[in-house]
Design a protein around this ligand. Structure first.
Ligand SMILES: NC(=O)c1ccc[n+]([C@@H]2O[C@H](COP(=O)([O-])OP(=O)(O)OC[C@H]3O[C@@H](n4cnc5c(N)ncnc54)[C@H](OP(=O)(O)O)[C@@H]3O)[C@@H](O)[C@H]2O)c1
Length: 267
C-alpha cells in the first residue's frame, strides 16, 4: 500500500518537528511536495523551518505551537485535527529521563507519560476515523529499541516506549485491508537534541558511527518503511542487535547488565 498521494488540502502532521527526527521527517516529506502541519512547543523554531521549506519547495506549511503533555492544550489540538484533512500522522514528539525513579521530578515523569503515551493514543484516535472513512491514510509511531527492554534508571521512558511499540504493531495488523497503514519506527541511538534534554549528553557519539545514526537516515528509512507498509523500521545494525537482545535475553540476565550500563549515563 503506497503512502497517500500529495494533496493540497490534506496534511502530513508531524509532532516534535522543531528538532531531530521530526525536523528531518518534515524536510523529507516537504521535498516530496506534501503540505505539512508542524507541531511542537517552540513556535519560533517551527516558523523558521516552515519558512525555509515553503521557500524551497513551494508547499503549504502550517505550524501549531502546543505542549502536548498538557491535557487542555492537547484537547484543543485534538479538536483542531478533527476539523482538518490529515493524510499522514507522524507521532514523533517524545523525551526521556534518566536516574533512579524516586529521585526524579514526579511532574516531569508524569509529563513523559502524557507525551510519549497518552498524546500518541489521543492523536491517533483523533485522525483514525477520517482515515478509515476515506480508506486512505498512514500513521507513523516513533517508539524505541528501549521499548523492547525494561530498563533500570530509565524506567518511565522504557515503559512509555513499550506502549508505543506494542500499540503500533497491534494497529499495523488491525488496519490491514482498511487502506490505512501504521508503521513503528523503533530507533536506537540517534544524533538529535534527545541526549541534551535527557541530561546524558556525555554519551553522545560514544562508539562513533557504528552506534550512532543520523536523524536524516532515520527519517529516510522511516518514510521508505511507510511507503512499503512495513510493520517496524529499525535503522542501524546496533539498534537491530539491541532489539534482538532486548526481546530475547532472559530478564534475569538482561536487567543487571542494563542496570550497570544505564546507571552510569547520567551526567
Ligand atoms: N535520539 C535518540 O537516540 C532516540 C532513540 C530512540 C527513540 N527516539 C525517539 O525519537 C523521537 C524524537 O526525538 P529526537 O531524538 O528527535 O529528540 P529531540 O531532538 O529532542 O526532539 C524532540 C521533539 O519533541 C518535541 N517535544 C518535546 N516535548 C514536547 C511537548 N511537551 N509537546 C510538544 N512537543 C514536544 C520537541 O519540541 P519542543 O521542545 O519545541 O516542544 C522536539 O521537537 C522521540 O519520541 C524519542 O523518544 C529517539
Amino acid at each position: 500500500m503506497p503512502l497517500p498521494s500529495v494533496q493540497k488540502d490534506s496534511k502530513v502532521v508531524i509532532t516534535g518537528a522543531s528538532s531531530g527526527i521530526g525536523e528531518e521527517l518534515a524536510k523529507q516529506f516537504a521535498a516530496q511536495g506534501y503540505a505539512l502541519l508542524l507541531v511542537a512547543r517552540r513556535g519560533d523554531k517551527l516558523e523558521q523551518l516552515a519558512q525555509q521549506l515553503t521557500q524551497r519547495h513551494h508547499i503549504q506549511v502550517d505550524v501549531y505551537s502546543c505542549d502536548l503533555a498538557n491535557r487542555d492544550e492537547r484537547a484543543k489540538f485534538r479538536d483542531y485535527l478533527q476539523h482538518i484533512q490529515v493524510s499522514i500522522l507522524c507521532n514523533n514528539a517524545g523525551f526521556a529521563t534518566f536516574g533512579n525513579l524516586h529521585g526524579l521530578s514526579a511532574d516531569r515523569e508524569c509529563d513523559q507519560v502524557e507525551l510519549n503515551v497518552v498524546a500518541v493514543h489521543d492523536l491517533t484516535l483523533a485522525v483514525l476515523p477520517q482515515m478509515i472513512a476515506k480508506k486512505s491514510g498512514a500513521i507513523l509511531i516513533v517508539g524505541s529499541t528501549s521499548g523492547h527492554q525494561p530498563t533500570p534508571t530509565n524506567a518511565t521512558y522504557a515503559a512509555t516506549k513499550a506502549f508505543a511499540n506494542s500499540f503500533a504493531e497491534s494497529l499495523h495488523s488491525e488496519l490491514k485491508g482498511t487502506g490505512v497503514s501504521c508503521t513503528l519506527l523503533a530507533p536506537g541511538p540517534t544524533r538529535t537534541g534527545f541526549t541534551d534534554v535527557a541530561g546524558i549528553s556525555k554519551i553522545e557519539g560514544v562508539g562513533g558511527n557504528l552506534v550512532w545514526v543520523s536523524a536524516e537516515r532515520v527519517a529516510k528509512e522511516a518514510i521508505q518503511g511507510m511507503q512499503r507498509n512495513r510493520r517496524i523500521v529499525i535503522p542501524g545494525f546496533i539498534a537491530q542487535a539491541q532489539t534482538l537482545g532486548g526481546r530475547y535475553t532472559p530478564r534475569v540476565i538482561l536487567l543487571p547488565i542494563l542496570k550497570q550500563v544505564f546507571s552510569r549515563l547520567k551526567s
